[in-house]
Design a protein around this ligand. Sequence first.
Ligand code: PLP
Length: 386
Amino acid sequence: MKRVYLDNAATTQMDPQVLEFMVAAMNQYQGNPSSIHAEGRAARAMIEQARKKIANFLGASIGEIIFTSGGTESNNTALKCSVRDLGVRRIISSPTEHHCVLHSLDTIARSGMAEVKYLPVDIKGYPDMAVLEQWLAEDDTKTLVSLMHANNEIGTMINLEEVSRLCQQYNAMFHTDTVQTMSFFPFNLSEVKVNFLSGSAHKFHGPKGIGFLYMNKENIVKPFIDGGAQERNMRGGTENLHGIIGMAKAMEVAIENMEHNRMHITAVRNYFKSRLENEFSDIQFNGDPDNGNYKVLSVSFPATSKGDLLLFNLDINGVSVSGGSACSSGADQGSHVIAALHRDSDRKTIRFSFSHDNTNQEVDFVIDQLKKVLPELVKGTVASSV
Ligand code: PLP
């Protein structure tokens, strides 16, 4: 049966070049990178090569890249260790962050070690920059601002330069979760000051369970995971050698093809958006689709007789998408992001997220399936009495 995968914000398929590179590396490099013999030294060299590559892509120094198990660990490390080790006593964030940030902030608030404040967000999901400036200006408590670059559910993006400038002006630190934008947008950390930044390979066609934390050299923290002296004493545990190699390769491939992929993904997504607008009544787009992350289109459908089973019905008809965020569990519990936008809660939200592998023909297939599962919304049809 034909299937179309439009859930690339949840995870991406591994790039074949990355897979091939990793399989070759698995055959060739099997030493423990901490061993001093030849096998160990060869494995260590591969890790350091990957670190250098990633640092170069970001305009960072080699010592500023720490390998982690993914975005969740990177965000936990930045938030919890900046409170524990750097004297941060206030964190300003937003209610639409990923759960790994929000739940870390809950833990921090419960510990009593720092105050946590959430900026208001507008209907498109933009955190209020005027309130951020007011809070930074009125209180000189040591502060970390934690705002995601692009929201994983609706794609709304902050202006990194603007937040960075404000943080510098008021002497605050800045953490940004770039899990959804890393390798899809250019970064130059030698120009935009960020203290911590998180990335995760499986979002850019690399392997799962590997990510990194960029940590500015001015604000080095102690390990979040205690153990051996791996990662220059920053994270204990034998390194995920093949994951690290695969992540650097995935980044290389994604960055080489960034412009081409951006144009393709934008075109396919816009084609989908215009077909939805032309053929379905009463649909809404969440976020700021013309200015946000080009790979995400969040669509709210009005309540219909089959609305509750929308995800299920699309799945059995060959379309893989998610409700709010698919990252924490398979269950659709309603989205904290959509709730924060104060949108009509009866509506059913679906996040369609695209990759360079998607085509207009796949969009046509998805539209056909949507018409099948949401017949009442197809323009020109008489409303059914169900
Ligand atoms: N942050 C954002 C914005 C995400 O979309 C995700 C993905 O699920 C994460 C963090 C967590 O990343 P990981 O799956 O690598 O732990």
